[in-house]
Write a protein that binds this ligand. Structure first.
Ligand code: CMP
Length: 140
């Protein structure tokens, strides 16, 4: 299986509840390696650009406001089949549908405040990592 990189956000609801360590532990216990990591406060332009693909969706405004509501932890994760691996570890977008043992089942509040984001494919992963990290920050 190919070694891939994926992009992750620990979202404001999880940071606010002091869950950064718990989520990073689930990530490393699952075998993914942290290649880059930082805590940031997004501004509106950054959040709107990140979620531009959803700009016509009815939840776009609320989603952007939520992502600005506090700091987030962004990371680049690496491992075999990392994109699919991390999506499985996160669980379904709506925590109510997420399987036991997943991050969203453990910590997600609702479909918006769902504690984490992960890239949905190789192209997205490449673009999302580059949206938040310079090459010289991928040091892990
Ligand atoms: P994420 O994986 O970051 O991708 C888009 C985000 O939009 C999603 O997680 C949710 O946090 C948020 N969202 C809010 N409402 C919905 C919805 N009805 N369907 C999908 N995503 C939603």
């Amino acid at each position: 299986m190919a070694i891939e990189q994926t992009f992750s956000i620990i979202k404001p609801d999880a940071v606010e509840r002091n869950l950064i360590g718990d989520i990073l532990k689930m990530i490393s216990d699952s075998g993914l390696k942290v290649k880059a990591l930082k805590m940031i406060q997004m501004d509106r332009a950054k959040a709107e650009g990140f979620y531009a693909v959803h700009k016509e969706r009815p939840f776009f405004g609320e989603l952007v406001d939520y992502m600005l509501s506090g700091p987030v932890v962004v990371s680049c994760l690496e491992g075999e089949n990392a994109i699919e691996h991390y999506r499985k570890l996160m669980g379904a977008t709506n925590p109510a549908d997420a399987e036991a043992g997943t991050i969203r089942a453990a910590f997600g509040v609702n479909i918006q405040n769902n504690s984490c984001h992960g890239s949905d494919g190789p192209e997205t992963a490449k673009n999302e990592v580059a949206y938040f990290f310079n090459d010289n920050e991928l040091v892990g």
